[in-house]
Design a protein around this ligand. Structure first.
Ligand SMILES: *[C@@H]1O[C@H](CO)[C@@H](O)[C@H](O)[C@H]1NC(C)=O
Ligand SMILES: *[C@@H]1O[C@H](CO)[C@@H](O)[C@H](O)[C@H]1NC(C)=O
Ligand SMILES: *[C@@H]1O[C@H](CO)[C@@H](O)[C@H](O)[C@H]1NC(C)=O
Length: 316
């Protein structure tokens, strides 16, 4: 059966190609967006710090994914993008099945592209000190459960553990980009953030789908399902950020599902199925694990870099 359906698909593709070719020849297809209004600026100076703020998260994702898949990070893959920042603490290759390893490798390289795109558009700052040790994740998971998991949670132990650790990361980037978008003035800034958001959202969806496939399985050796782990992490993030529910696990009560009609929750979204937005202070409360944008910790033991994060630290 596989061969004929493949052929059918191929013929369909060929036909679609011919149709699109004749359309573009007929209309002399244009690919440029309409001109910007004469009052528009490419990058407003106020955009720069807001976009640079995301580098803290992009660095975190790059190291977690590259190390998880390859056992080496930015210093090996694109050292100039680290801009001399200290190497991450405790990141290592994860024990992944082959499918997941390939997905995470791709995500890791995508983050390298994101770092390059941001730094070449609005400049940037050196990689902040990142604590990606097992202990750093274990602490967060203990906080999520309200007691110490025994044995301590090890993100690098298995595919499902690494997916749960990854559940933490692109989602925070996603809601940060949604929060940043309305505050940007420049059309280059808006275009960049929309394009970063698109891929972060895609990464989050893939991770959540892989977890959803295992939703009812226990995370060994614990007596808690994958779905419960996601709910606990999402609850913790909501508690740390202190701005209501903006984060939902993969199986939810109906009132949090799409149109109040599903308990499956592949994507975390609001009552109109729109992505939640967070401001930088909320993001920092979460990634510091302290519930305070003034108190660094967690994945960023010395705090984030850049004006937005540093302004909070200078006030503390
Ligand atoms: C830039 O930010 C400053 C300070 O917040 C504000 O006064 C100014 O109006 C902003 N400029 C634009 C173009 O939004
Ligand atoms: C595991 O969880 C199930 C369902 O919550 C419960 O019935 C069972 O007693 C638990 N087992 C252990 C060893 O805690
Ligand atoms: C879903 O339920 C909430 C209350 O929990 C309500 O505010 C909302 O309007 C409902 N949405 C739909 C589409 O019925």
């Amino acid at each position: 059966m596989a061969t004929p359906s493949f052929f059918f698909f191929f013929v369909l593709l060929l036909a679609a190609d011919l149709v699109s070719l004749s359309i573009s020849q007929a209309t002399n297809a244009t690919c440029s967006p309409p001109p910007q209004p004469s009052s528009a600026v490419p990058i407003d100076p106020n955009d720069t710090d807001q976009i640079q703020f995301a580098l803290n998260l992009e660095h975190l994702e790059a190291e977690l994914f590259l190390f998880g898949a390859l056992g080496r990070g930015l210093d090996s893959v694109a050292p100039q993008l680290a801009q001399g920042g200290p190497p991450p603490v405790g990141a290592q290759k994860a024990n992944l099945d082959d499918l997941t390893r390939r997905i995470i490798e791709e995500f890791g390289y995508q983050e390298v592209g994101h770092l390059r795109a941001i730094k070449s558009t609005v400049n940037g700052f050196p990689r902040p000190l990142l604590d990606l040790s097992s202990g750093s994740f274990a602490k967060l998971f203990d906080q999520a459960f309200g007691y110490n998991l025994d044995p301590p949670f090890d993100p690098y132990f298995s595919t499902v553990n690494f997916l749960l650790a990854s559940y933490i990361v692109p989602y925070v980037g996603l809601v940060a980009y949604v929060g940043t978008a309305p505050n940007l003035n420049g059309y280059v800034s808006k275009g960049l953030v929309a394009s970063l958001l698109g891929v972060e959202a895609g990464q989050d969806a893939v991770i959540r789908t892989l977890l959803y496939e295992r939703a009812d399985e226990c995370v060994k050796p614990y007596n808690n399902t994958v779905a419960e782990f996601t709910n606990r992490i999402s609850d913790l993030r909501n508690r740390l950020a202190m701005c209501g529910i903006k984060d939902e696990g993969i199986i939810v009560p109906l009132e949090l599902g799409a149109e109040n009609k599903t308990t499956s929750n592949i994507l975390s979204a609001d009552a109109n199925s729109l992505s939640y937005a967070r401001i930088p202070a909320e993001i920092l409360r979460i990634v510091y694990g302290t519930g305070s944008e003034y108190k660094p910790g967690g994945f960023l033991p010395n705090g984030g870099n850049g004006k937005v994060a540093r302004d909070f630290l200078n006030q503390s």
